[in-house]
Structures are given as C-alpha cells and as structure tokens.
Design a protein around this ligand. Structure first.
Ligand code: SAM
Length: 294
C-alpha cells in the first residue's frame, strides 16, 4: 500500500502516525476544523461503527476510506493497523461519538502503536463527561470519571459504596433504562438528600439538566413514561456533618444486629457508610454513647 500522498491536494500533508479524532456528541457543529482536515487527509479512518461514521463523513463531504475497529475486533485489527502505521500510514481513529478511548475503543491501539514507536496525535473535541461537568455547577477542582457503573444491582451498589467521600465530583455514564435504579442505589448508599446532577442529551435538541436531591430527581424521572437519551450522572458526596443523628449509633447497631443478623462490626461499618463518617469515628461514637449510659 502506498501511504505517501495526502487525500486532498490543497491540504498540507499530514505527518505519519495515529490520530485520535474527537467527533460531536450530538451537535454536528462541535467538530473542529482540525478534525475535519485530519479526517480528510488521513489514509484511512478506523471507526467503531463504519455506518455511523459514514453519516458524519457524508455530512462534511469527506471521502476517506473507513475500516471497522470495535470492541470485538480491537485486538486483531490493532495488529493490522499498527503494521500499516509502521510502514508510514496516517490513520485516524474515531468512535461513534465524542473522544475515542473514553468509554470507547482506542486504548489498545494507542498502547500497541506506542510500543511500535509510532507517533500519536490527539485531536481534541467533544466529550460528554467534561461537557456535563462544566455546566453541572459542581466543583470542577477535582473530579473522578468512572465510565459506566456495573449493570447488576449488587455490583453497582458495591461500586457506589467504595467511592471516596472526599470533596471530589464523581462522574458516570449511565444508560437511560438503568438511571432510575442507579439513583435508587445512590439514595440507599448516600441518603435521599444527596445532591445530584443529571445531564441528558447534551448538545442536542432536547438537552436537559436536572439538579436536586437524589430522592427528588429519582421521583421525577420515575414519573416519566420512559427516560430516553444519553445521560451523564454527577454528584459530589455531602458529608452528614454537625447535626447529630436522631438515633444513637448504639440503637442503630442493635436494630441492625437484630433485623439483619449483622455482627456488631458489620453493623457499625454500614452505619459509618450511611452517615458518611469513618469506621473508627463510628466506633468511637458508639463507645462514647456506651460510656454515657454507664
Ligand atoms: N467517548 C464518548 C465521550 O467522549 O463522551 C463516550 C462514549 S460512551 C460509549 C457513551 C455514553 O456517553 C452514553 O451512554 C452517555 O452516558 C454518554 N454520552 C454520550 N453522548 C452524550 C450526550 N450527548 N449527552 C449526555 N451523555 C452522553
């Protein structure tokens, strides 16, 4: 294969290498001029779904050839593409929407290309997580992006329980048919008053932000006939601070030991989690209560 010439005479030739090109997450105006030039000029475009990308290419009258590169052929296709890159090809990788490699294929090809000594060029652009974050109103100082939560309820709850309660904004992608169940889990783990933000259909006609307590937002979404569209869920854990709990820790421990046959240790662990305090803090509070009763 000859990889020496650019696809379009008027564009300056691109250096050989792998180009990670972000594409719009809805609004087609969110593609950069550089992304268009790169897509026009590369030898081929590796796409998560060639039909999906073809629509974008047709819209911008780009005739570069495409090849599929998705979850199921990532390994074998990466080998083939790296071989072409070694020979001096310019290859772009795009996902169906947004930034490749972010909850989308791309990472495997990047690591294989780096190992082969190939140059990698990020072509930045749309991304649902950061778009949701900057408009959420939550702190942008420190944030953690987790991608998708597990789809099974037990695993999802465990994942939520393991999140840090430090002052960070947690960001998740979530499917519309699971969002109400996920909010219910969030409510169980962090309490009904935990503030959350839902960013739905970003950059599209029906873009929507819902901000409120997890209890309110869950009720609001559950009341809809169906929840559609693409969703980013964000929240920053709120510490349950000075206001003392109506119930003593000792009585909660006793209740959990009786109703759920938990050991004292497990009951304390659960209470600590629900109150947003450390296990040792919960234990010390239990001891203080017990000392007061003596
Ligand atoms: N690589 C993409 C990016 O850079 O954002 C993410 C791809 S991931 C497979 C798809 C998920 O991203 C969706 O299920 C949804 O959670 C989120 N997402 C993508 N587009 C979105 C949009 N327009 N509005 C809200 N969330 C979106």
């Amino acid at each position: 294969m000859n990889f020496s010439s650019s696809n379009q005479d008027h564009d300056p030739p691109l250096a050989p290498g792998l180009y990670l090109v972000a594409t719009p997450i809805g609004n087609l105006e969110d593609i950069t001029l550089r992304a268009l030039r790169v897509l026009r000029s590369v030898d081929r475009i590796a796409c998560e779904d060639t039909r999906q990308t073809q629509k974008l290419l047709n819209h911008f009258a780009i005739s570069t050839s495409t090849v599929s590169y998705h979850l199921h052929n990532e390994g074998s296709r990466a080998e083939e593409l790296v071989e072409q890159l070694r020979q001096g090809a310019r290859i772009a990788i795009v996902s169906d929407a947004g930034t490749p490699g972010i909850s989308d294929p791309g990472h495997e090809l990047v690591t294989a290309a780096i190992a082969a000594g190939v140059a990698i060029y990020p072509i930045p652009g749309a991304n649902a997580a950061t778009s949701a974050l900057i408009a959420s109103g939550l702190s942008t100082e420190q944030f953690l992006f987790h991608g998708f939560l597990p789809s099974k309820e037990g695993q999802r709850r465990t994942a939520l329980e393991q999140l840090t309660r430090d002052e960070v904004t947690h960001i998740f992608y979530e499917a519309p048919h699971r969002i109400v169940a996920t909010l219910a889990d969030l409510e169980t783990v962090f309490g009904a008053s935990q503030p959350v933000v839902i960013a739905r259909e970003l950059t599209k006609l029906h873009e929507e932000f819902l901000r409120g307590s997890v209890g309110e937002i869950r009720t609001q979404l559950a009341a809809r006939a169906s929840v559609r569209g693409e969703i980013v869920l964000l929240f920053s854990p709120v510490r349950q601070t000075s206001a003392p709990s109506a119930r003593s820790i000792a009585s909660e421990v006793a209740a959990l030991m009786q109703s759920e046959s938990l050991s004292e240790k497990d009951a304390l662990k659960r209470i600590a989690r629900e109150r947003g305090i450390g296990k040792s803090e919960a234990y010390r509070e239990l001891q203080r209560e017990q000392n007061r009763l003596r």
